[in-house]
Write a protein that binds this ligand. Structure first.
Ligand code: HEC
Ligand code: HEC
Length: 287
């Protein structure tokens, strides 16, 4: 049984895209998914545990940051000139009928392989989660997508302000591990890459300048042409706000200065499957 979003304001979605198209500067994202659907409070009790887990994982793995609440898509990908200038919706209610997801494998495959639309700096690509996402987690996310994004996940704050919270909410921690040497979790393996591992951040032994780090955060990094299943650094320039970039940059500082920072707090449980509050995206929060 597939639950379809009730009363989704697709007009609002179109409006959001139009507004977004008018703004050309980086790092001032329009609120992802301002298409606030009617909250259907009845969805929660009927969803299976797998779908509930999927809803939480959709937030934990930062899918919500790029594909929006309720999988509404529409977040600008302005630098993808000649290709899609927005990130696709995942919600079948918003997808072209001919492109509707009909089985889990269509979703789990892209979760493991990723999809590089362009290796041009700043273009947002679909990351591969191979080695950081278990098959069970991928299946749970697929079940949640196929169930039509019922409101059974944790609330989502699109204006996360604290560096350590940004680091969790945007899944930096999933790929890079906790900041600093010997922190747990450790950086994810990346066997298909030259380095074989995702770089450690706040690495005292590697003096990457703040300017260079800023470039990675804004523009991402894809080893052209982008191997399937290689973890890539997503471009966050159109996803994170200027304030969020400014907050997270000193937090991940490399070199001797980074080595002197106080230890990071335990990662906040932003996406515990137990939390069943309906997703409540905050309204347009552009600075
Ligand atoms: C950094 C931004 C970003 C993140 C994070 C992200 N995606 Fe994507 N995703 C994209 C982009 C961009 C595309 C379009 C790729 C293309 O056109 O080939 C995409 C494509 C997809 C597709 C294929 C859509 C289609 O129309 O065929 C699926 C499914 C998908 N993503 C699921 C997810 C899930 C689930 C997560 C969380 C685990 C996730 N994505 C996280 C940016 C992102
Ligand atoms: C899907 C996995 C993934 C996620 C999520 C991710 N990164 Fe990365 N990041 C990478 C990979 C892989 C590289 C290495 C890229 C390369 O060498 O070309 C990288 C490189 C970097 C670098 C350059 C580090 C160096 O020593 O060269 C910085 C800085 C960085 N990421 C910050 C972040 C921040 C901040 C976030 C969260 C907002 C984040 N990353 C989220 C995979 C990821």
């Amino acid at each position: 049984m597939r639950r379809v979003l009730v009363g989704l304001a697709s007009g609002a979605l179109v409006a959001a895209i139009v507004v977004a198209a008018g703004c050309a500067s980086l790092a001032t994202p329009e609120a992802p998914s301002t298409a606030t659907p009617a909250t259907s409070g009845t969805a929660a009790p009927q969803a299976s545990q797998q779908v509930k887990d999927g809803a939480a994982l959709y937030v934990q793995f930062s899918c919500v940051r790029c594909h929006g609440a309720d999988g509404a898509g529409g977040i600008p990908n302005r630098l993808n000139v000649g290709g899609d200038d927005t990130i696709p919706p995942l919600n079948n209610a918003l997808r072209d009928k001919t492109e509707a997801f009909t089985n889990a494998a269509q979703i789990t495959q892209i979760l493991m392989e990723g999809s590089v639309v362009s290796s041009k700096p700043g273009v947002i690509n679909m990351p591969s989660w191979k080695g950081v996402m278990s098959d069970a987690q991928a299946s749970a996310i697929a079940a949640y997508v196929l169930a039509g994004f019922p409101h059974v996940g944790p609330a989502v704050d699109f204006n996360v302000a604290k560096a350590s919270d940004i680091y969790s909410a945007y899944a930096c921690i999933i790929c890079h591990g906790q900041v600093g040497a010997n922190a747990s979790p450790s950086p994810a393996p990346n066997p298909a890459s030259a380095d074989k591992v995702v770089p450690l951040l706040r690495n005292a032994g590697d003096n990457v300048s703040a300017a260079e780090m800023l470039g990675f955060i804004m523009n991402g990094s894809v080893t052209a042409p982008g191997k399937k299943g290689e973890l890539l650094m997503p471009a966050w320039g159109q996803i994170l706000s200027t304030q969020q970039v400014k907050a997270v940059l000193p937090y991940i500082q490399d070199g001797p200065k980074g080595g002197k920072l106080p230890p990071p707090p335990a990662p906040s449980p932003l996406a515990s499957p137990a939390a069943a509050a309906p997703a409540a995206p905050s309204p347009a929060g552009s600075p």
